[in-house]
Design a protein around this ligand. Structure first.
Ligand code: IPD
Length: 250
């Protein structure tokens, strides 16, 4: 397409394009064709008012374009993320990093793969030898931005080797899974950004936690994924938590 028509959602920096909507329709259509009617939680369907509640029913959780801002600007990290949950447990996840042309996938108990090669998290335990990813998200209220930057400053000054961010949560999680970085955390992400990545990180030997150190909750809009507990807990010490509305809030 010569021109991408950009629309906004929750804020003026929360972008969506016709491509997001089209890709989601194509994915849901082909899943229905292949596997019959099912339950779907898709980023753009939810934006249009569909429910975002994870039940025990077999459920597909879809982000058609993760990294929409990158897509709009031509910043070369964009992913498609598809996960499948049964009884509220994630069974498998697939992340396709479109411009790198890399297909990441994992199934519960069966390991994680990138283009059919097994992948594993890094074995770094020393926070001073780590690279950490976080993102700024799409909420620009000054109090939240201050907390995000304060957290980043503290982490940078631990010190760590570096702070990064690809602009797509799904790709960030795959970077944890391959061992390119030690951890990725964010407050403000949605279930469709991280559902597939969660299976991939776990199956690559990593862990997922809430940003307060409690158990990971897919619908809470906050999480840290890391190569191991030592790194995760060290980062958690620095995270300044701010409130977000859950994905499944009524
Ligand atoms: C966004 C990306 C980004 C993250 C945002 C997400 P989207 O997803 O994953 O990395 O910081 O919180 O909303 O909107 O491009 O699908």
């Amino acid at each position: 397409e010569s021109e991408i028509r950009v629309m906004t959602k929750s804020s003026t920096v929360d972008l969506v394009t016709k491509t997001d909507e089209r890709v989601e329709k194509i994915i849901i259509g082909s899943l229905k064709e292949e596997f019959g009617e099912g339950t779907f939680i898709g980023e753009e369907s939810v934006a249009k008012g569909e429910p975002c509640i994870l039940t025990d029913k077999p459920t597909w959780i879809i982000d058609p374009v993760d990294g929409t801002t990158n897509f709009v600007h031509g910043f070369p990290f964009v992913a498609v993320s598809i996960a499948f949950a049964v009884n509220k447990e994630l069974e498998f996840g697939v992340v396709y990093s479109c411009l790198e042309d890399k297909m990441y996938k994992a199934r519960r108990g069966k390991g994680a793969f990138c283009d059919d090669e097994p992948i594993q998290v890094s074995d770094v335990k020393d926070i001073n030898k780590s690279i950490i990813i976080s993102e700024h998200g799409t909420d620009r209220s000054p109090e939240k931005v201050t907390k995000i930057f304060s957290t980043m400053q503290k982490i940078l000054c631990i010190p760590v080797h570096g702070l990064r961010g690809s602009g797509t949560a799904a790709t960030n999680m795959c970077l944890v899974a391959t061992g390119a970085v030690e951890a990725f955390f964010e407050i403000g992400i949605h279930c469709w950004d991280i559902a597939a990545g969660a299976v991939i990180v776990k199956e690559a030997g990593g862990i997922l936690l809430d940003v307060d150190g409690g158990p990971f909750d897919l619908m809470s809009r906050r999480m840290i994924s890391a190569n191991n507990e030592t790194i995760a807990k060290r980062i958690i010490k620095e995270i300044e938590i701010f409130p977000v509305v859950r994905d499944d809030a009524p």
